[in-house]
Unconditional design. Structure first.
Lengths: 208, 208
DNA sequence: GTCTATACCATGATAGAC
DNA sequence: GTCTATCATGGTATAGAC
């Protein structure tokens, strides 16, 4: 199954053991992503991850050498999912609508419990991520793609010319982990769609 | 000195010991506020607070029964400072400009290292705060004052009529702990004034 | 009320059997 | 590679002398 789903692989022949290992590691990363989104890096414990996956804590350390490395793997997976979404956007759409789609997708993902709020923390995780070339490469790819969209949207008159590209970029990123979403959800006065609409509207009106 | 600065007190006569105690507790709360802003509740340790104040850790527990209670005291002080600022706003100013002043003040305070980023965490601190009547009362006072300003600004045409008051309120609150500030500061491409201007502009344009 | 010293516990990480 | 059992660290909170 893994074989047929990856026909482009140069080494398609994976033993049953290897396949099992991949499945297990995916399960670990998924559980990590959920817990990371729910509690953040510091409050997430390795015991919880192990319990969620259903394995012993020591087994985690056979797959990932440290808590930071595990979280980094989860963050990389998240980045790759984001990249896949951005690359799959319809090219004939207006750039500003593509940007809105990205934010909408991020907010929906977060509501489903799959997007860790990563502020600019001074934690050990940050250092690990900055030293991870794979993470940095993915991040630079994403920044480049988003930067192109932003400049196209500005050329189309949808973004104010006085706002630098990086300011717009950071603003959109920050909106994806905006605590306003949690506040409004706690209120229970608006449904999920309305909450997302409020966030997208106030964000992009502010950039226009 | 404490005596003369509080002439309205019903029990003005404070012994030297009592004055000293107040000064000490203020120092503790100030140090807590700084560390809270710098590292957040979870990463802040009681050892650090004690070291910053210059007393033994055990002495902290003579003043505050727990880490949560200490943080709550700091949060209350912050709320009271905010209330004092809002109450001191020039009443003849347009409501929208008063709101902008509040956000500007909050962002300046945060840049000086005095405003803890308090997301809607699932931590023990949240429960403590919700059970603290003094905190809750101050928070309700602030919400009411800000709510009045928002409705006045809407009546004056500065805020979009389709945006509910609580959505506007949460959006402004969220902007005061926006990670965009940290990102742009790390860039070092813009000075502090420019960064604050970007945040205020994009925020209130989005609400218009 | 402040100090030194310590109890107690949660958690990240590891050893060693299977 | 997975498990049980354990270590080491660091952090909250407290005891007891002064």
């Amino acid at each position: 199954m893994e074989y047929f789903s990856q026909p482009m692989s140069t080494e398609p022949k994976l033993s049953f053991k290897q396949q099992q290992l991949i499945v297990r590691e995916n399960a670990i990363v998924d559980a990590t992503n959920q817990l990371l989104a729910k509690k953040g890096f510091d409050l997430m414990t390795m015991d919880e991850v192990a319990a969620e996956v259903g394995i012993a804590k020591a087994s985690l350390y056979k797959h990932f050498p440290s808590k930071e490395a595990l979280a980094a793997a989860a963050m990389i997976q998240l980045l790759e999912n984001t990249l896949a979404f951005v690359r799959g956007l319809p090219a004939d759409q207006a750039a500003i609508d593509q940007l809105k789609s990205v934010l909408q997708w991020a907010l929906l993902t977060r509501m489903k419990g799959g997007l860790p709020t990563l502020p600019a923390e001074n934690t050990s995780l940050r250092e690990t991520l900055l030293n991870n070339t794979r993470y940095i490469n993915r991040l630079m790819d994403l920044n480049e793609l988003m930067g192109e969209l932003i400049e196209k949207a500005r050329a189309e008159g949808a973004i104010h010319k006085d706002l630098p590209t990086d300011v717009v970029l950071f603003t959109i990123y920050a909106r994806s982990c905006d605590p306003t979403l949690d506040y409004l959800r706690m209120n229970e006065q608006y449904n999920e769609e309305q909450v997302i609409d409020f966030l997208i509207t106030t964000c992009f009106n502010g950039l226009h």
